[in-house]
Each structure stands twice: as structure tokens, then as C-alpha cells.
Design a protein around this ligand. Structure first.
Ligand SMILES: Nc1ncnc2c1ncn2[C@@H]1O[C@H](COP(=O)(O)OP(=O)(O)O)[C@@H](O)[C@H]1O
Ligand SMILES: [Mg+2]
Length: 268
């Protein structure tokens, strides 16, 4: 089936208050050998908007996320960020353009304090080598930004604790703080709730809900209830392809989505 093109032209469910597009994904595809991981996906994220991308394991969500973040270059289609074509631009440059993102595989320095992890992120480093290049003196501005970011995710009181002492849920909160400290213009979250307990999910949901509405968010999430509860619009994918894009209510009541999520039991 040809990729769905209605998403780009459909009226915005938020009405006339729709902001300018910040992210335009146009017919993007990624092939790995014989596997078409993502197949002609189109999606536009507007200023102030929160979009969820859902789908079962293997749907192509993480591959799509990596193409948006710049980790993976598409084999077809194009991606625009802030009205600039970034299809072939790498992750580091996209980060400097204002893309904040979390990693599905934890990227934390486990033997360092919570605050120092956010300081590393504030200095633009996820590369471990950068740690050793720092001056010893504390940089007040960086520390203040890091403390603000920790407050935003509810980890202010744990700033001097060692990361390995945090619960799984708190480590996820920390990863979000590390994305926020760069003062991103767009936030990409890849399965933030994966592996969390029910209680941890509630905490995570609250903190995402309370992020400033001015920050556009693209949330990739296997957990349908979390994605539907946090976003203005949702796209469902399966086998790399677009299934439906709509409001959370529209997606919740979509027959194909119901089949995908209820008809099958894939564990996650
Ligand atoms: N680096 C890779 N090399 C080969 N195949 C891959 C690679 N990454 C993902 N795939 C395949 O692409 C498909 C989509 O994977 P993925 O994007 O991880 O889906 P999801 O995040 O929705 O579970 C799967 O069939 C997966 O095996
Ligand atoms: Mg994934």
C-alpha cells in the first residue's frame, strides 16, 4: 500500500491555534538488507504540539526515532527540522540545532552523582571522554541549569546521590533531565516507560505532562495508554508502515489498532 498522505493535509485537531511546523517527516523509509524497517512514513509536528508514535515490537518506532535524531540516515524520503532539511545531517549537529532526546539504552554514568550526569549533558557531552577535559572548578551557570533540569523532573532532592543508587524509574527521570538541560526546542522520547513499574509509570507520566507546553514533544511508546494520555495526536505503525494518525480517541477506537494491541500478545 502507498504511504498515507492524508496526515500532512488533514485539519489539525487542535483547530486554528496550530503552530508552525517544527518537524516535517516526508515519506521517510529505512531498509536494512532485506528488512524495510520503516516504509514511507509522513508526519508533521507543530510548535506546542505533543505527538505519540505507537505500535507493536518491530513496528519501526525506534528506527523512525533514530532517523529523526540523526543516528540513522534514511534510505528514502526527507526530514525537516525548523524548516531546514536535515535528512543527511548527523545527531550532534541536530542536537546543536535544538533537538533534545533520550536513549532507549541507558546512557548514564552510573558511578557519578545525579548532578554530575546532568552537568556532563549540559556541556554537550554524552561522549565519556569529555568528562576528563573539564576544568576542576565548578561552573556555576552550568550547575544552576543542571539543578533546574533536575527540579523539572522531580529529582532535585537526589542530586548528590550516585546514579547506581537510583531506582529504574528515577534513572529515566534523570535521562529526561539530561535531555532538558540543553534547553531543547523539541524533545524526542523513545519508550521512556519501557521496563518501569506501574507506580513509576504514573510518576513519569506526571512529569512529562508538567513539562512546558511550549516544548514540542515526539513520544515513541509501546505502552498505548501512556502515549494516548500524554499527546494531542497519535500515529500507529505496524511492520514499518503507517496504520492511522488521529486524536487519542480516534486511535483508541480504530479497529486495526484494537486488533494490533488486543488481538496479539507481544510481551514488553
Ligand atoms: N540495525 C538494524 N539492522 C537490521 N535490522 C534492524 C536494525 N534495526 C532495526 N531493525 C529491524 O527493523 C524492524 C523495526 O525495528 P525497530 O525500529 O526497532 O522497531 P520498534 O522500535 O517498533 O520495536 C525490525 O524488524 C528490526 O529487526
Ligand atoms: Mg523500539
Amino acid at each position: 500500500m502507498a504511504a498515507d498522505t492524508t496526515t500532512a493535509t488533514a485539519p489539525d485537531p487542535r483547530g486554528s491555534g496550530a503552530g508552525a511546523p517544527v518537524l516535517v517527516i516526508d515519506e521517510v523509509g529505512k531498509r536494512y538488507g532485506g528488512v524495510q524497517a520503516v516504509d514511507g512514513i509522513s508526519l508533521t509536528l507543530h510548535a506546542g504540539e505533543r505527538i505519540g508514535v505507537i505500535g507493536p515490537n518491530g513496528a519501526g518506532k525506534t528506527t523512525l526515532f533514530k532517523m529523526i535524531a540523526g543516528d540513522v540516515i534514511p534510505t528514502s524520503g526527507s526530514i525537516q527540522l525548523f524548516a531546514k532539511d536535515v535528512t543527511r545531517i548527523g545527531a550532534a549537529r541536530r542536537a546543536r540545532m535544538g533537538v533534545g532526546r533520550t536513549f532507549q539504552i541507558s546512557n548514564l554514568f552510573r558511578d557519578m552523582t545525579v548532578l554530575d550526569n546532568v552537568r556532563v549533558a549540559a556541556r554537550g557531552g554524552s561522549a565519556k571522554a569529555r568528562v576528563f577535559w573539564w576544568p576542576q572548578r565548578a561552573n556555576d551557570a552550568v550547575s544552576n541549569r543542571a539543578i533546574d533540569a533536575l527540579a523539572q523532573v522531580g529529582l532535585h532532592g537526589r542530586r548528590d546521590d550516585i546514579v547506581s543508587d537510583l531506582s529504574h524509574g528515577e534513572q529515566r527521570q534523570l535521562e529526561i533531565a539530561m535531555a532538558l538541560v540543553g534547553e531543547p526546542q523539541i524533545l524526542l522520547l523513545d519508550e521512556p516507560a519501557a521496563g518501569l513499574s506501574a507506580v513509576e509509570r504514573v510518576t513519569l507520566k506526571q512529569l512529562i505532562e508538567e513539562l512546558p507546553r511550549t516544548l514540542p514533544i515526539l513520544l515513541i511508546e509501546h505502552d498505548m495508554s501512556l502515549a494516548l494520555g500524554l499527546t494531542d495526536r497519535v500515529m500507529c505503525m505496524e511492520n514499518g508502515r503507517h496504520v492511522v494518525t488521529g486524536t487519542p480517541d480516534e486511535v483508541r477506537s480504530n479497529e486495526t489498532v484494537k486488533e494490533i494491541y488486543l488481538g496479539r500478545r507481544d510481551k514488553r
